[in-house]
Design a binder for this molecule. Sequence first.
Ligand SMILES: [Fe+2]
Length: 279
Amino acid sequence: MEDLRITKLSLGAEKPFRLLHISDTHLCLADERDNERKNKLAEARKNVFGDGEDALAWSIEKAKELDALLVHTGDLLDFVSAANIDAAKKFTDENDCFFAAGNHEFSQYVGEAWEDKAYRDQSLDRVQAAFKNDIRFCSRVENGINLVAIDNSYYRFEQEQLDALKAEVKRGLPILLFMHNPMHTDEFYNYRRKVQGVQIAYFAGTPAEMMSDYDDHRFRQQCPDEITAEAADYIANEPMIRAIFAGHLHFSHETPYFGRMQYVTGGAGDRVARLIEID
Ligand SMILES: [Fe+2]
C-alpha cells in the first residue's frame, strides 16, 4: 500500500512548484561482472528489500503523475556493484533527480567494514559518475528556493561541507536542506527511544552523553566529532535553512526542528514518498 505524505511550505517562491522526496530505494542488483560474494549478497538482500527496480519505477511514475522534481536522500544503491551503478546511471540519464548520498552508496558488502572517508573513497569516483550532481554537496536553485544536498551519511559533516553550506546561506535565498541521516533533537530522540522503543536513534549530532548506553560500535559511529557538532549547531541556528528532509530510518515522520520542521521520509521500497508543495 502506498504512503504519500504531503508537505506544504510557503517560502516566497517565484512560482509554485513541487518536489517528490524519496529515499532508501536499496537497489540490490548484481551479475557476472561482480564476484560470487557480491552475487550472493544481492540474493540475500533482495529478500529484505526486493531488487529495488520496481520501487524506482514506482517513484518515477509518481513524480511524473504529480509533476514533481525528484529529490532522493540516499541509499539508492544497497551496495556497490556494476549492475547497481548501471541502474543508477540509467535512472539519472532518463530522469532529473537531485541527489544526496547515503551510507549504502559506498558500501562494498553491507556492514562488513568500518565506514569512514578511506572506505568511501574506495568507490566514490565510480559511484559519483552515475549521478548528475555532486552527491556529497550540491546546491540547485528552483524558483528562487535553494535546494541543498549534503552527505552526512556517516553521521559526520566535514569542514568543506560546512564552509560550502555557509556560502550557500550568504546567497540570501531560503534553503531546503536534504540529507540522508536525520538531525538530532531531544524531542525526536525521545520519540525514538520512548515511543518507538529503540535504543539507537541513528541521528547525526546526538550529544555523546545521550549515547552512554549505545554499544561501542554505534557510539563511535554516531558520536559527533568537533566539526559535526559545529555544523549541527550552525544548522540549528541558521534561519535561512527553512526545513530539513532526511531518510535512512525507513519510516516517515514529521518533527519540530528549532522553530522549523524536519521531515523524514520512509523507504521507496515500501512505496513511500513525500510530495513537497512549495509556494
Ligand atoms: Fe541509510
